[in-house]
Design a protein around this ligand. Structure first.
Ligand SMILES: [Mg+2]
Length: 250
């Protein structure tokens, strides 16, 4: 099996391949319950929940798996408010893992099937826990299309740590990251020596008329975004051609 894979494509899930059930089902139910129990509005509940997630990610002593456990995060925020969350986060995920609550973007299934090659590994790279992402991948029919599914559970690491990627960087010649987040999917992968294909999810502006490989020079970056991706795509429809170009560069 040595050197079976020449290249590995690390592909993000949320806002790259799909929209999952957290924004469509889990958060609305949980935020409504906690708003009713606390007297705060739902926007303030959301702010507290996202802040607790960020705090956990930025605290070195907190394990990656705990940092991304939304059920536990929601329960912690509830307890801080003197309440207890009754909503069953895992249960809501399990029963809302298919359309219309979880949906594929850009005909993602067909795109992934077209990307399949004997010497190319397609690997999910998500900061979502396996217990939340697994049901969605299964329900949307994506699970069999991947060589491996990397989540924070896999190596107890988040995407901004090279440990997240296990031994894939060592056993392949070319590593390419595909995703929507600048920090997780562009700057971190580039710092590990991977190529990065960014799908920013915002209008590309003047860069939109250029080829994906030329857009990084014309894109309007935000302050502090000094590391550039190797290509910017507007849709997954552009992905296959860009991957082949980057692989040919070696
Ligand atoms: Mg994402």
């Amino acid at each position: 099996m040595k050197n079976r894979w020449r290249s590995v494509i690390f592909i993000d899930l949320d806002n790259t391949l799909l929209h999952g059930p957290f924004e469509s089902a889990v958060f609305p139910v949980a935020f409504r319950e906690l708003a009713a129990k606390s007297g705060l509005d739902e926007a303030e509940i959301r702010r507290r929940v996202l802040e607790e997630n960020l705090r956990r990610q930025q605290t070195p002593g907190i394990a990656a798996v705990q940092a991304m456990d939304w059920g536990d995060i929601l329960q912690t925020v509830a307890q801080d408010l003197g309440a207890e969350l009754e909503a069953d986060v895992q249960g809501i995920v399990n029963t809302h893992a298919a359309p219309p609550y979880a949906v594929l973007l850009d005909d993602a299934g067909a795109v992934l099937r077209r990307l399949a090659r004997e010497d190319r590994a397609l690997v999910v790279a998500t900061n979502g826990l396996r217990k939340y992402q697994g049901p969605v991948l299964d329900a949307l029919g994506l699970t069999p299309l991947f060589t491996e599914i990397l989540t924070p559970d896999s190596h107890n690491a988040l995407k901004q740590a090279v440990a997240f990627y296990g031994d894939w960087p060592r056993k392949t010649q070319v590593q390419i990251s595909v995703g929507d987040r600048y920090d997780d999917d562009v700057s971190a992968p580039k710092s590990f020596g991977f190529r990065s294909i960014w799908k920013p999810g915002v209008p590309l502006g003047p860069a939109s008329t250029l080829a994906p490989r030329l857009r990084p020079d014309a894109f309007q970056y935000q302050a502090g975004q000094t590391i550039r991706p190797d290509a910017i795509i507007a849709s997954l429809a552009e992905l296959a051609a860009v991957i082949e170009q980057l692989e040919q560069q070696g």
